[in-house]
Design a protein around this ligand. Structure first.
Ligand code: SF4
Length: 367
């Protein structure tokens, strides 16, 4: 009857049935990944009912899970509209997050991917309020969260960290093996004047010095980042500063986007937009520079024996997984040769035999 009256109706659902509603919307208008807004990698966005209910919580294979610690952001980066869409930083209490992590651990999750819009700012809105978990006191702060998560004995990977001075406190926890020696820091640019126009948090920090200090404390540290080329007003000299920064920083994993205006972003009002052909040309130069760096960094892994978390066996029987240096979906893989049975979700020691620009090839070792 309803359909007769409203022939264009997409779907009929019960009250509060958010998943069915989102499913119907996404089947009519498929979700478009936006690298400037989304926390999760494109492939992990799904139109399924499950996904609509659980975005940001658990959309992944059984052995890893995203752990969202806060929503919103107090910064005002000029290319971003997240604060106007999602509001100011709202952190979950540390006890709440640790309890969820504990549940995921009990359910068999081997790797927790900590996500937020600004992980370094975690808890500042709650004035770092404390709470008790497993008989110990923890503050709602990045440091105490890492200390708590480190008790679970699963891989803990930190995403969306900004290079503030207090991040220095996390590096010793990495050296001790409490959290993975892996930092995902969206640097976005290497030129101070561009970073200033972008209104990036910590734009005045000497990030190259900070990276050097971190690597001294924890030589295993792997850093991944994303960058924007062709931001309004970016001159050739500023772009060259970015390339020089990149060559000195020698980051392990890097993604790059050509700037594109987002509706409502203040950067749209900036003067001197960079023409598309120059953006594309800078993107190519950037990627070429980074490819050499990535290749050299991965080559250093050859001969090492690493823990590898097996992700999948494809239809041709090819086994692949990741080491501490690779986040799912966004980084490389470790392809495994193996003469004993392995299945997804299993952790295995493997000796690295070869490397290329993105991936490693390793031989699994039976223990
Ligand atoms: S830190 Fe900047 S880019 Fe990140 S969510 Fe906040 S405003 Fe957006």
């Amino acid at each position: 009857m309803i359909r007769d009256k409203f022939p264009d109706l997409l779907s009929i659902s019960g009250p509060q049935d958010y998943a069915t509603v989102m499913n119907a919307v996404h089947s009519a208008v498929p979700y478009q990944h936006d690298p400037f807004v989304d926390l999760l990698p494109a492939k992990r966005r799904s139109a399924s009912a499950q996904a609509a209910q659980e975005v940001g919580v658990k959309l992944t294979p059984k052995h890893y899970a995203y752990l969202k610690i806060s929503e919103g952001c107090n910064h005002k980066c000029s290319f971003c509209i997240i604060p106007s869409m999602r509001g100011k930083l709202a952190s979950r209490s540390v006890v709440d997050v640790l309890a969820e992590a504990e549940k995921l651990d009990k359910a068999g999750v081997k790797e927790l991917l900590v996500i937020s819009q600004d992980t370094s700012a975690y808890g500042s809105d709650l004035k770092y309020a404390g709470g008790s978990w497993r008989g110990h006191e923890y503050r709602t702060s990045m440091l105490d969260l890492c200390r708590g998560l480190g008790q679970l004995g699963v891989w803990v990977r930190l995403h969306y960290v900004y290079p503030y001075p207090h991040v220095d406190e996390i590096i010793p926890l990495m050296a001790q093996g409490l959290v993975l020696p892996y930092l995902d820091i969206p640097f976005q640019h290497g030129s101070p004047s561009v970073l200033k126009r972008m209104k990036r948090p910590a734009f005045a920090e000497n990030t190259l010095e900070r990276i050097k200090t971190w690597r001294k404390i924890c030589p295993e540290l792997v850093i991944r980042s994303t960058f924007i080329v062709g931001f309004p007003g970016e001159t050739e000299a500023e772009f060259q500063e970015l390339l020089d920064w990149l060559k000195e920083a020698k980051l392990d994993r890097v993604g790059c986007f050509q700037y594109s205006p987002v509706d409502g972003a203040t950067a749209n009002d900036l003067a001197d937009p960079v023409p598309d052909d120059i953006k594309a040309e800078r993107y190519e130069r950037f990627m070429k520079t980074q490819a050499k760096i990535s290749k050299a960094r991965l080559k250093k892994m050859v001969g090492r024996t690493l823990d590898v978390l097996v992700d999948e066996i494809d239809e041709d029987g090819v086994l692949s997984g990741r080491s501490y240096a690779d986040a799912p979906e966004i980084d490389g893989r470790v392809y495994l040769s193996c003469d004993f049975p392995l299945k997804p979700g299993q952790m295995v020691r493997a000796k690295v035999l070869e490397s290329n620009e993105h991936d490693l090839h390793a031989e699994a070792i039976e223990e």
